[in-house]
Design a protein around this ligand. Structure first.
Ligand code: HEC
Length: 81
């Protein structure tokens, strides 16, 4: 299950919600090509950066500037919910 960002996850901030939604779209767009998407809560907020960087180093995932941070913003926030 890949939960859609909610206002609660964004701690009530519409601007933060927009950022989380961008991260969610990056996750669905860039990470679903080779395997099903991992539920964010499968990994801790401390583990996600390592996994994302592994995919970049070993699986040739490429991000535009800012996308890695947006993706991690979504994954780490959703992991904590
Ligand atoms: C080009 C194919 C490909 C893409 C794109 C890809 N992955 Fe993976 N991923 C794999 C494979 C294959 C594995 C199985 C383990 C291995 O071979 O290293 C894996 C394993 C994983 C794992 C399990 C932990 C591990 O390291 O084994 C996680 C978490 C993960 N991927 C997250 C992601 C995320 C997040 C993205 C997007 C940034 C992503 N993957 C994009 C191929 C891919």
């Amino acid at each position: 299950m890949v939960p859609q960002p909610t206002l609660e996850m964004a701690q009530g901030s519409p601007a933060r919600l927009d950022e989380l939604r961008l991260g969610w779209e990056i996750y669905r767009g860039k990470c679903s090509g080779c395997h099903t998407l991992w539920a964010p809560e499968k990994c801790s907020p401390q583990e996600w950066p390592t996994h994302v960087d592994e995919m970049v180093d070993r699986k040739k995932v490429r991000f535009d500037p800012g996308e890695r941070e947006r993706l991690l913003g979504y994954l780490c926030t959703a992991a904590a919910h």
